[in-house]
Design a protein around this ligand. Sequence first.
Ligand SMILES: *[C@@H]1O[C@H](CO)[C@@H](O)[C@H](O)[C@H]1NC(C)=O
Ligand SMILES: *[C@@H]1O[C@H](CO)[C@@H](O)[C@H](O)[C@H]1NC(C)=O
Ligand SMILES: *[C@@H]1O[C@H](CO)[C@@H](O)[C@H](O)[C@H]1NC(C)=O
Ligand SMILES: *[C@@H]1O[C@H](CO)[C@@H](O)[C@H](O)[C@H]1NC(C)=O
Length: 324
Amino acid sequence: MLQHLPLSTILLLPAALAAVLSKPEPLPLVIWHGLGDNYDADGLKSVGDLAKDVNPGTYVYNIRLDEDPGTDQRYTFFGNLTDQIAQVCSDLSSHPILSTAPAINALGFSQGGQFLRGYIERCNAPPVSSLVTFGSQHLGISKYQHCDDGDWLCRGWQALLNGNTWSGYAQSHLVPAQYFRSTDDATGEATDEYLENSNFLADVNNERESKNETYAKNIASLDRFVMYLFEDDTTVIPKESGWFAYTNSSSGEVTPLRNLTIYKEDWIGLKKLDEKGGLVFKKTEGGHMTLGDKVLTEVFETYFAPPKSVWEGVKDTIQEIIEL
Ligand SMILES: *[C@@H]1O[C@H](CO)[C@@H](O)[C@H](O)[C@H]1NC(C)=O
Ligand SMILES: *[C@@H]1O[C@H](CO)[C@@H](O)[C@H](O)[C@H]1NC(C)=O
Ligand SMILES: *[C@@H]1O[C@H](CO)[C@@H](O)[C@H](O)[C@H]1NC(C)=O
Ligand SMILES: *[C@@H]1O[C@H](CO)[C@@H](O)[C@H](O)[C@H]1NC(C)=O
């Protein structure tokens, strides 16, 4: 039969066959670490190694604000988030590998999760396909975390904060202050001082009168936004912020995201994303950032795996037919 085919087709066959059989490449993965951590830490390296084990060929980039790990760590406490996110936008869009990828996946640990959301809303170049966050503070914090005795960076910034979250100094220099969110327990509404002064969260959550439509468009353009909540998180107050939920701090009553105005009026595109099945709420055991290989493997297999090759798709279909 081959002799009836033109020579050019025969020459193309191996390439075509290879295209059918080959597994598509996984998208690059960017990881943004949490407060007090740094991009070069061993824990983060093992997360990257696991990502490559599960999806061979994954290019992993740990987001950093400085090449010096100690300085990078300091910037998790100190700095202006507007500038920090702009710097990450510029780093990713000029990165030789990331900037040429059709899209990237993003994994955010704790505060790194809402900062990646900021990247998506404000820049998204290269665009994110799936965003997965662990124990993040999407609807802010209502209390600052407790600092351990020997944690001088943590104690240092809390001393500088001096209880004054809404000062210009705190909002331009102290990172966690920029995602602090104060609410009126009686009404459940955000306070005026938050709306007026919050340098980061009130803006990326489009809580002010004038909304940025790009923010909503970019979130709605995601394939998936997966939020993991730690069941026994006592570091993030309230922990339900990891699911974008509101907690009444007097009664402890939790209002889920889908009942909040930010969702109902779709200020940032979460409703649109939800309607196409892209918004996922997941729970995992343990306290803040108790991450095991099991849950990370689940994330890499479920959300960051490349699409199946044509041949694998055909095999699955044949399998399903046989099972019928
Ligand atoms: C909305 O956000 C985009 C992306 O950051 C920015 O370019 C634009 O200027 C913003 N628009 C307004 C009205 O602030
Ligand atoms: C943070 O940086 C941005 C951009 O440089 C600047 O416009 C803004 O005023 C700063 N924020 C505060 C609260 O100082
Ligand atoms: C929050 O809880 C307090 C105390 O139970 C209650 O009085 C208040 O109405 C609640 N706020 C909202 C918005 O439900
Ligand atoms: C959320 O909204 C649903 C449907 O509108 C309602 O049945 C439910 O009671 C609400 N839950 C809370 C906690 O507000």
